[in-house]
Design a protein around this ligand. Sequence first.
Ligand code: GCU
Length: 409
Amino acid sequence: LILGALTLAKGGIAQDMSELPPALGPKVYKGVSLPEVRSYHEWHNLRAPLLKSIFQTEVYGRLPTPNSLNLISKTTVDEAAFGGLGRLEEAVLTSDAHKVRLHVAYVVPKTPGPHPVVIVTAFCGNGSTFSDNRLSLPAGGLPEFCARFKNMPPSATDDPDPYLIAPPVEALLKRGYAVASFSTADIVIDDKATAIIPLHLLNPTAPPNERLGAIAAWGWGYSKVIDFLETDPRFDPKRQAIYGHSRNGKAAISAAAFDKRIDLVFAHQSGRGGASLSRSPVGEQVSNITGGFPHWFAPNYARYGDDPNRLPVDQHELIGLIAPRPLLLGAGVDDQWADPEGAWQAAIAATPVYQLSGHKGLTQTTRETPNLSADIAYFLRPGRHGTTLSDWGRFMDFMDAHFKTPRKP
Ligand code: GCU
């Protein structure tokens, strides 16, 4: 698994990815010069804090100011949801300073706990996650595209649409997982015309070019859900997984880099600004994403649009911040916009950080054959953008493999 010799092709032009700075190599940033990392101690104490700061300044924006949300209400929606397998509840959390009202819906297995939990982001509201229209709608109502999913039955085939808006909750409950869901719209509505003010309110102290982006704001949503779950003994604080697809996959992977309480991540087809290297020439480019979605990142990120090789960090270092925690990356052959190859390269390049901590990182040798018990697993499946039932199958197997023996002391 050596990166140097690998090349990526774009329109017949081969680009040498050897320009990618090694995750453990020396680094100079704004006058701070750090030598090569030789131990996990050095990584953890010297390199990781610098990387977290650079990712905020140059890519995601300054994270929300520290704040715990207040619990306003907690209600039982269904004592016997999913054929009696679980209990469905809803909590409302608010922050006046941040002007956030977050609805967390969750289903807890009826079997004895504490339960491992998977936190998902709902594209079409918590009601779609749990197929229950008694749950609150997200701020601003449902996005227009959700009409397309209305009444779409869960499909046994590998259709990538139904599972995009609703995970296989029953299967998760049967495997012993609690499921929690929140809408990113409750944090910031995904609209470039209106997002800037709420983003500013989440961190009014950020310099203008480091203004919080929606991706990290949504990522902070996972952390706020964890604040809440950790007050409830029915959930196991050592087995908290998060899932996000596409833009929410970007949010999930950044959340895990900044929040150590997240024990395992499935970032599916997360693409640019997610698991895929910013330097990669395949699919969506930094200039495309910052042009199309200027509210997603710190304004600084757009400055690298003409030459991402100038970026002082890349996404393999973000994955390094997740090490040694398990990370699953899913990709689709027909989803080149999300740059499957760039995520594979990032996983390879992050592996030395896992090795430094006594783990193995990525161990599979081909993109199509994930080793689901490895620390980093990657799969490239046929088909397009979306989440299929078999994608979820792999995710559940990955959680089963890693949550059998909790890794935290
Ligand atoms: C757009 C965007 C991607 C994003 C995707 C999604 O295609 O360019 O970066 O991942 O939307 O969230 O589905």
